[in-house]
Write a protein that binds this ligand. Structure first.
Ligand SMILES: Cc1cc2nc3c(=O)[nH]c(=O)nc-3n(C[C@H](O)[C@H](O)[C@H](O)COP(=O)(O)OP(=O)(O)OC[C@H]3O[C@@H](n4cnc5c(N)ncnc54)[C@H](O)[C@@H]3O)c2cc1C
Length: 600
């Protein structure tokens, strides 16, 4: 048996944190193959095996702090084997391009419809006059799905009506989602940057928060944007009806108007885009102390302490806002990891920083009871061993997911079907089982993101207009606007492993990025998931400040079928964080300028 010890990884580095273990007991390993990912104060870096053999024992776990020289694994030396992740010799660029027949993995977005949806091929739809209807197209719900669809339909010459509860288009995203949360996160980032400037000798005083002014500014941002969408609807001569719509039959709506009264509206085609709403905890008391994402955005107060129930992106973004405003924030997550589904090496970098601004991050822990007391909300937790404990919080934010708004809209009066979670079944053209009705956005399933909704809206309208289209993206970017940001597109490493898909991971730690060092933010990593045969980029994942802006290059690379050579040979401006994309591609060949990691 041979001991594998944690090797020296740099001058004055005495220990590091294990962020990812790539191998399991029983695995055959070869000399030079990455065993684990180590994070030190300076950078994240892979630890290669010094020998061939078979792993007999693994003595470390993700999250462990391990000293240089400590034994990390025991190996029966001698055995050798190929692994599915071992990179093959790189084909030349032309060969790689020729071998690209296989499309990149599709992002799973919807559950399969209960039965196939087949309608006659699309042909341009009749006008309202020809069909004897009130409008040619009605869009129910004016969110980023609905208004993108409505605007394109009007641009293509259709007669369009939008029905929404608000006066102007915008939906959850503009009124109580993407936009207000990002406005508040900007304020939070200014606070943290001012605090951390002390590191390089620039000191500000403690921030003074004028909550009314901050809320007012956030509301102004929302008003400005929704005023703009209202104006754009007017310019396109779209009829806006403010009210709640319900299907009477496949071509008729009954609308309960916001100002009072009812209206019947007949239509040739409809697009259902009623979105989603927060899932409630059934045992949560009705109290001002218990918030959902909508009420949390109102920042009525800066609570002394706050429990965030749910470690997904919506909760973490809002939790970060409250933490920077001065609240002691704790997070509880039922699953073993916050940001479930994301790659652990990326989320560990985020968690490390969140731990510096938050009080506690509890995983594998369930909230089993919530009681309102005179001091706050008393929470009873249960850990993975069944042990119960309780704590009282000034306020609680429930962010455990969202459910589709497919109930109480008269779907039973149409041919639309929904799956067991209430999401509307659609095909690749966004048609439902009802030939007159399309559905788009959050109501048709994951990922519940604004840009996915908008893209679906445009596909639905183009199909309606008789164009040959389908919603078949290779990459839907996901961005978590925490600090650091996390972003990914295409296949993640976790998905590649789960699908048993042959892949190679090429990474570039931001500790070696000149731009990251000038920003004093080396807590980042850029990672490419590459098909070893074609060298095509299947996925890109990034953690670090501005990851959300950087992911656009990854989306383009995946959608254009780029390979690592394309990325490596595209000149990236210096010094920028985008260089980490180019250097990650270079590292695939063992030739990244700013890290020494020869190809094995
Ligand atoms: C706090 C928060 C932050 C978020 N941040 C991001 C982000 O950064 N990036 C991102 O991509 N996504 C983000 N999202 C998700 C994003 O908001 C949604 O994915 C997106 O809004 C979905 O668009 P949609 O068009 O499907 O529906 P929605 O935006 O939900 O709009 C649906 C509209 O339909 C209306 N409606 C509902 N029922 C009826 C009815 N019966 N009659 C008439 N009208 C009706 C609603 O009032 C609403 O205006 C966030 C969400 C939240 C809650």
């Amino acid at each position: 048996m041979t001991d594998i010890k944690l090797p020296e990884v740099g001058e004055n580095i005495e220990a590091g944190t294990i962020v990812n273990v790539y191998v399991n007991v029983g695995d055959s390993i070869t000399k030079g193959m990455d065993l684990l990912e180590l994070e030190t104060d300076k950078a994240s870096l892979p630890v290669p095996s010094p020998t061939d053999g078979v792993i007999k024992e693994i003595l470390v776990n993700t999250g462990d702090e391990v000293k240089i020289g400590a034994v990390i694994m025991r190996v029966e030396a001698g055995a050798s084997a190929e692994t599915s992740e071992a990179p093959k010799p790189a084909p030349k660029k032309a060969e790689a391009k020729a071998a690209e027949a296989k499309p990149a993995a599709k992002t799973e977005t919807k559950s399969a419809p209960s039965s196939a949806i087949e309608h006659a091929p699309a042909a341009a739809i009749p006008t309202k006059e020809e069909a004897g209807k009130d409008t040619q197209l009605v869009v129910i719900g004016g969110g980023p799905g609905g208004y993108a669809a409505a605007f394109l339909a009007a641009d293509l010459g259709m007669d369009v009506t939008i029905v929404d509860l608000e006066k102007n288009p915008g939906g959850v995203c503009l009124y109580r989602g993407c936009i207000p949360s990002k406005a508040l996160l900007h304020a939070a980032k200014v606070i943290s940057e001012a605090r951390e400037a002390e590191e390089f000798g620039v000191t500000f005083g403690q921030p003074k928060i004028d909550l009314d002014k901050l809320r007012g500014w956030k509301n102004d941002v929302v008003t400005r944007l929704t005023g703009g969408t209202g104006q754009l609807a007017k310019q396109r001569k779209i009829t806006m009806i403010q009210g709640r719509a319900k299907f009477v039959d496949s071509n008729t709506l009954e609308i309960e108007k916001v100002g009072g009264g009812k209206q019947t509206l007949t239509y040739v085609k409809a697009i259902l885009a009623t979105g989603s709403r927060p899932i409630e905890l059934p045992f949560a008391p009705k109290s001002d102390r218990v918030m959902d994402s909508t009420s949390a955005l109102d920042i009525a107060t800066i609570p002394k302490n706050l429990l965030l129930i749910g470690g997904g992106y919506i909760g973490l973004e809002l939790g970060q806002v409250y933490a920077e405003l001065g609240t002691k924030v704790s997070v509880v997550e039922l699953l073993p990891q916050i940001m479930t589904g994301s790659d652990k090496d990326l989320s560990n970098i985020l968690i490390k920083r969140l731990k510096t601004i938050m009080d506690k991050i509890m995983v594998s822990t369930k909230v089993v009871k919530m009681d309102e007391t005179k001091d706050g909300i008393k929470i009873t937790f249960e850990d993975k061993d069944g042990k119960q404990f309780s704590e009282t919080y000034d306020k609680v934010l429930v962010a455990i997911g969202r459910r589709p708004n497919s109930d109480n809209i008269g779907l039973e009066n149409t041919k639309i079907s929904v799956n067991d979670r209430g999401f509307v079944d659609v095909n690749a053209q966004l048609q439902t089982h009802d030939p007159s009705i399309y559905a788009i956005g959050d109501i048709v399933g994951n990922p519940m993101l604004a840009h996915k909704a908008s893209h679906e809206g445009r596909v639905a309208v183009e199909h309606m207009a008789g164009h040959k289209v389908a919603f078949e993206p290779n990459a839907i970017p996901a961005v978590v606007f925490t600090d650091p940001e996390m972003a990914w597109a295409g296949l993640t490493e976790t998905e590649a492993k789960a699908q048993g898909r042959k892949h190679v991971v090429a990474k570039f730690p931001w500790g070696a990025s000149g731009r990251a060092i000038t920003l004093d933010r080396v807590d980042g990593m850029t990672k490419l998931i590459v098909d070893p045969d074609t060298e095509r980029i299947l996925g890109v994942s990034i953690v670090g400040p501005n990851a959300g802006e950087m992911i656009a290059e990854g989306v383009l690379a995946i959608e254009m079928g780029a390979n690592v050579t394309d990325l490596k040979m595209s000149i990236h401006a210096h010094p920028t964080l985008t260089e980490t994309m180019m250097e990650a591609a270079e590292s695939f060949f063992g030739q990244a300028t700013h890290i020494y990691r020869p190809k094995k």
